[in-house]
Design a protein. Structure first.
Length: 250
């Protein structure tokens, strides 16, 4: 239970820390509960989406849903995505990539990457009917976190523990944790209205393996920024799949 609480404390800015004091070692195992946190972030975002769509244009409701998750997470993952773009876009060596990603300043690659990411995210969700957009978020957020979380079992941490931004290096998942993460990621897919939409889940898997191949080649491991970037890019590809299926098959 403390591991679950640690995950909600780590991945959100909601005051879960008021419930109990969590020892620091529990934060090493939060990734296996990341998909479960997605149930909350997606659920609150969709509540805002549906409520806002009753009185506002759908395009604005989508934007408010996106802002809701940014507020809940404190832009944790988006910060990682910007650093990922800066590091892999501007770095020419392992040491340089890691140095750039650790720098708190955002560069041109990070700015352009975030602009393109948010533009695609907004346009993809806005192109769907509100009910389907909500279902896609409820499924895509936790599923993509579950996929991205597997990075800690596929790659070693690229830095020394004392060099980590949050001073925490995640433990690899045990069999039980892996199973918990898997079920937490897969169960939300049943929010999708038709089984054919399950095919959208193939794209995040392809993106995941492409990204870890890039990380292995460039930095021989992963960082916390890589985790956040992997989640957001996997999620974006999931919504792309939903839109393709909606417009060509359903």
């Amino acid at each position: 239970m403390l591991c679950i609480l640690a995950a909600f404390i780590f991945f959100t800015r909601l005051p879960f820390w008021r419930l109990a004091e969590v020892p620091s070692e529990y934060f090493k195992n939060v990734v296996s509960r990341w998909a479960l946190v997605g149930w909350l972030t997606a659920g609150l975002s969709v509540i805002v989406l549906y409520a806002a769509s009753l009185v506002l244009p759908v395009s604005i409701a989508i934007l408010l849903a996106i802002v809701t998750r940014l507020l809940i997470t404190g832009c944790l993952h988006e910060d990682g995505l910007a650093d990922f773009f800066d590091g892999f876009g501007g770095g020419t060596s392992r040491e340089r990539i890691l140095s750039i990603m650790k720098d708190s300043h955002i560069g041109s690659y990070g700015v352009i990457g975030l602009i393109l990411y948010f533009a695609l995210l907004y346009m993809l969700l806005s192109s769907l009917p509100p009910a389907l957009a909500g279902s896609a978020i409820l499924a895509g957020d936790p599923f993509s976190k579950g996929v991205a979380g597997m990075i800690i079992n596929r790659l070693p941490y690229a830095r020394k523990e004392e060099e980590a931004k949050n001073k925490t290096v995640y433990n690899r998942m045990t069999t039980g944790e892996y199973t918990f993460s898997l079920f937490s990621a897969l169960i939300p897919l049943f929010w999708l209205p038709e089984p054919v939409y399950f095919l959208a889940g193939l794209l995040p898997v392809l993106v995941f393996y492409s990204l870890i191949s890039l990380m292995k080649k460039k930095i021989q491991g992963y960082t916390g920024d890589c985790c956040g970037a992997t989640f957001l890019l996997c999620e974006l590809s999931f919504y792309l799949g939903i839109v393709v299926i909606h417009t060509t098959i359903v």
